[in-house]
Write a protein that binds this ligand. Sequence first.
Ligand SMILES: *Cc1c(COP(=O)(O)O)cnc(C)c1O
Length: 427
Amino acid sequence: MKGTEVIGSNFYFGGCDTVNLAKKYGTPLYVMSEDYICERCKEVRKDFLGKYENTRAVYASKAFLTLEMCRIIEREGLGIDVVSGGELYTAIKAGFPMEKVIFHGNNKTIDEIELAVKNNVGRMVVDNLYELELLNSVAQAFGKTMKILFRITPGVDSHTHKYISTGQVDSKFGIPLKGNIINEAIRRAMDASNIELMGFHFHVGSQLFDNASHIKAVKILVELMKDMKEKVGFITKELNTGGGFGIYYVEGDEPKPLKYFTDAVMNTIKEECGELGLYMPQVIIEPGRWMVGEAGITLYTVGSIKEIPGVRTYVGINGGLPDNPRPALYDAKYEAVVANKMDQEKNSLVTIAGKCCESGDILRYDLKVPMLESGDILAVKSTGAYNYSMASNYNKIPRPAVVMVKEGEDRIIVKRETYEDLLKNEL
Ligand SMILES: *Cc1c(COP(=O)(O)O)cnc(C)c1O
């Protein structure tokens, strides 16, 4: 893992001693590496934006979003994807340029659409005809014209976990290419008084190690571009190819560099457009997990240690499902190290259990660790994406703080919740 090292007995992340961070800020603690995030942004600029003209990259903020994250992404020259009013509100409060915001979602509410229209969000990705009508009427009421893409369900199965596969025909997302729905949608968008249709969007799934789904989807979309040009006279200006690029979680994961996906996407679009006599559209990518997943770790303190003779040893940590629901939700796997015992031999096998009243709250089965004692610090890796953003207060457990580390310096970017915070909306 990049940006990690061992000094003496301790695990360092982003140049900071994680045992020290645990002492200074308490646990559980999310730690994010700004250096790592910036490195990924640099890779986006070098291998995609700088390599191909007429391209844009937007960070899918649902992976990890805070005010500080918005400021980093703006500084790094990328745009932001949002999928809710709350995410949009965060970007607004951070002063993020609204023309660089793309708004997704399969059932945007009227309030969310109004917030987007009022604030001149750059692109709305319209999921269905109901939303098209709603958006047009809101835009009309505000006297504005909104630029949109249609989300298309390309009918591609991406061979990832069912809950993070989004491009298959039977999906709650997007407009299916079966029947005449899409022709009708484009006609209506072209006729709508306050809508400017720019093109199409797809997102095939998440945590992918193979570019086959992207290539298949791109081919289907370019075919659609040709069809729509001929049938309804629509010229596609923008093609948004989503995210989904996989990262390293556990042994056996073999993530590919960004360009493995983006080169394939760009070459396929160029080839197909050339063959079919179409203009090359602007191409957009939306990495989420890939941008931040490996940039984060979570620190916990070991509490109870329970050996069931001949069965297994359960090690209780002071967090779990509320700060990381992914193992319970998708059977997600994580690697972890004992941050204060990096120099000791790993001669015991334990199961890391969260502290919630759910048997499914197991962070990791069969982890090799040194001899553990209560008070040891456990560092779970690759928790930067879909952990803080998916955290809950289940069992009325306050959410952890988030600390950003950069070149050996640490700063708090989200305070730890208190018990008062838990009750602040209760009457
Ligand atoms: C979630 C999402 C992404 C990002 O997916 P990752 O797998 O995190 O890269 C991109 N685009 C859309 C529309 C999404 O919903």
